[in-house]
Each structure stands twice: as C-alpha cells, then as structure tokens.
Design a protein around this ligand. Sequence first.
Ligand SMILES: C[S@@+](CC[C@H](N)C(=O)[O-])C[C@H]1O[C@@H](n2cnc3c(N)ncnc32)[C@H](O)[C@@H]1O
Length: 263
Amino acid sequence: MNPSLPGRATPKPPQSNPRTRRLSGRLRAMISDPSSPTAPFARRVRSFVRRAGRLTPAQARALEVLGPGRLLPGAGGRLELDAVFGRTAPRVLEIGFGDGEALVAMARRLPDVDFLGLEVHEPGVGHLLLRLEAEGLTNVRLICHDAAEVIEHRLPVDAFAAINIFFPDPWPKKRHHKRRLVQPPLIGALAQLQVTDGLLHLATDWVPYAEHMAEVLATRPEYRRIEDGEVAAEPLAWRPETKFERRGLKLGHEVRDLFYRKV
Ligand SMILES: C[S@@+](CC[C@H](N)C(=O)[O-])C[C@H]1O[C@@H](n2cnc3c(N)ncnc32)[C@H](O)[C@@H]1O
C-alpha cells in the first residue's frame, strides 16, 4: 500500500524486536530481523517463525561480548572465508543448528575443519557462543539470519566440503509444506556452494519429510544419492545425536539420514 495516497493511514513506525531490544545497536544490526517489513525478500515464504523464548542475560551478554569475531553480519557482500577463518581448511556449513550442541561436538572432533553455522533463533546463537567459549573452539563462525538470504548473497561458490541440515522444521500440515526448507531452488543454490564430491547430509525424524527430501533431490542433477555404507568412514559424514532428534525419538519417531554427493 502506498501510504502517501490520500485517505491512507500513516504506517506505524517499526517496533523494535523484544528479543533483541536489550542488545546494543551495533549488535542489533548484525542480528538483522528478517521479519522486519524493510528486510529484503520480505515476501519470500519463510521456513521459520520467530519462536517464543527470550534471550537469557547470559546469552545476551554472549552475543555482545563473544559475538565480535565469531558472529558475522547477515547482510553484506560475499564472504572471503580464508580471511574469516584466518586459514585455508575444508569447510562445513550447517543450516538451522538450533542450540548448536551438534556443531560443538563436530567442531571439537574435527579441529582441522572450519564450521559455519546459520540460525535465526538468537537464544540458540547465544547458547552456542557460550559453549564455543567454554570449550575454546576457534574453528566455528556463525550468522544469525535467514539461511535462504545468506546462501543467496553472502556465501561464496565452491566453498564447502559438506553441508548439513539436521532435523529442519517438518511443517507437517499440507498447507505449510511450502515452508519446508528443503525445496528445489534451495538445493540448487546449495549445489553452487559445494565443491565437487562434496557431501550433503540431511536428517529428519519425520518420514513424510524424508520422502519429500528424496523427491526434491531426485529433481536435482547436481546431486546423486549415496548409501550410508559409502560414507561410513568419512569424518565429515559423522553427526552426533541432536536435541530435536532426541525429542523425536522420545515421541517414537523414526530417524532417517540421507546422503548425497555433489557431482
Ligand atoms: C527443528 S529445529 C532443529 C535444530 C537442530 N538442527 C537440532 O536438530 O536440534 C530447526 C532449526 O532451524 C532453524 N531455521 C529454520 N529455518 C531457518 C532459516 N531459514 N535460516 C536459519 N535457520 C533456520 C530454526 O530456527 C530451528 O532452530
């Protein structure tokens, strides 16, 4: 709507996000609010809704104090990852890391690998920053922003040896299927980011979503499916149990891992 037209109501000024209100302006700019009406791609169907749950004071402090150096801005030009990590190394991208416990376990296990995590839920990012600090892990960087936008604008091509999407929101209702993260355009964009022979590892505890993932990947010539046995010895294919996986298992859900190789 054009507010300058006669008879139209003057739009209300944007309200600040209550979850980031306690952060400094500099940090609020880093953790850009993708639900803001001024955010680019505001009309794209999003794979997430802002979850309830405020930042704890420790998480807010972690974002302020530990964020610089580890937390990269969601907006800007393409990242130069050698400069970001201060070295050249194989790299893993994790999308939607939640509380980041799986990322911590992988980064601890593979110190010669760099990990970049994308997550929109600020408390999860704060939690992970605290864990990285406690463990002294230096091989992890984070971006708190919609992964779809980060993938499109921020990440360089041919950069990742592995891409992990563990237990993305299943959006079980049919009318919500369009919100599922794993869709042909996203997978096509991920293929651009991966090195040849790179690994794409998807996991879900929702069998209909696993079937949807397999259908989507079958439409993408950039990837071929590989059996679990084929990757059993590959360090980058290992993953720990995640928080959402535990939740699914308690509910009696079947967990499926799907592996693909970038051709
Ligand atoms: C069901 S949780 C799984 C978290 C974690 N991987 C685990 O297994 O415990 C899905 C996560 O993906 C995040 N997410 C969903 N869409 C996202 C997007 N477009 N960009 C970044 N994070 C996203 C959500 O905030 C949520 O934390």
